[in-house]
Design a protein around this ligand. Structure first.
Ligand code: HEM
Length: 171
């Protein structure tokens, strides 16, 4: 059975003499792997004693790297300490994005600074907790994409007008 490890205990292993890293709720002792890591030891030391999942996933480690991980596993994070709010799935993320983009239109009507609604929204809906207790927000693409939305609407309008004029002139 997996050994249950608290966040406090992980936090103690944060320097070269002992490096533990959390990846997807499991704890890895990578002290002996520091010098072998193809990405260098510094990057591992940066997340020593903490959650390194984001960094690990950001570079899309190979299946071999994931297999190698197993060798260094020392336990799992105490389930009572795992953040309860999960990172939104891509579908939830888009649903939230669509929801937000409706409000950029309302912002314009109300002459509020664009994306104000994003700030107003309940943070629970668009953020998720991380191990360090901070919360992260989905990128603010919905707001930036509102320009794209207007460009698409303008283009569609131009096509409709062009089509109508073409029909009218060819009568
Ligand atoms: C803790 C266990 C880890 C293991 C066993 C591991 C293993 C590996 C392996 C085998 C590679 C070679 C490329 C591949 O096969 O994917 C690699 C590259 C790399 N890793 Fe890790 N890694 C670990 C954690 C991390 C973490 C936590 C980070 C970032 C915070 C990281 C950042 C990188 C980077 C930047 C590269 C270089 C990618 C490149 O040059 O293209 N690794 N790692």
């Amino acid at each position: 059975m997996d050994r249950i490890i608290t966040l406090n205990e992980v936090a103690k292993h944060k320097n070269q003499s002992s490096v533990w890293i959390i990846i997807h709720d499991s704890v890895y002792d990578v002290t002996s792997y520091l010098e072998e890591h193809p990405g260098g030891s510094d990057i591992l030391l940066e997340v020593a004693g903490k959650d390194g999942t984001q960094g690990f996933e950001d570079i899309a480690h190979s299946d071999d790297a994931r297999e190698l991980l197993k060798k260094y596993k020392v336990g799992v994070i105490d389930p009572t300490e795992i953040p309860t709010t999960e990172k939104p799935s891509i579908i939830e993320w888009y649903r939230t994005s669509l929801y937000i983009s409706q409000f950029t239109f309302i912002d314009k009507l109300k002459k509020r600074p664009s994306c104000q609604y994003v700030e107003d929204m309940d943070s629970k809906e668009k953020s998720w907790r991380t191990y360090d207790g901070s919360s992260r927000r989905p990128p603010s693409r919905p707001c930036e994409s509102s320009k794209l939305k207007w460009a698409v609407i303008a283009l569609a309008g131009a096509v409709v007008i062009g089509f109508a004029m073409h029909r009218y002139l060819s009568k």
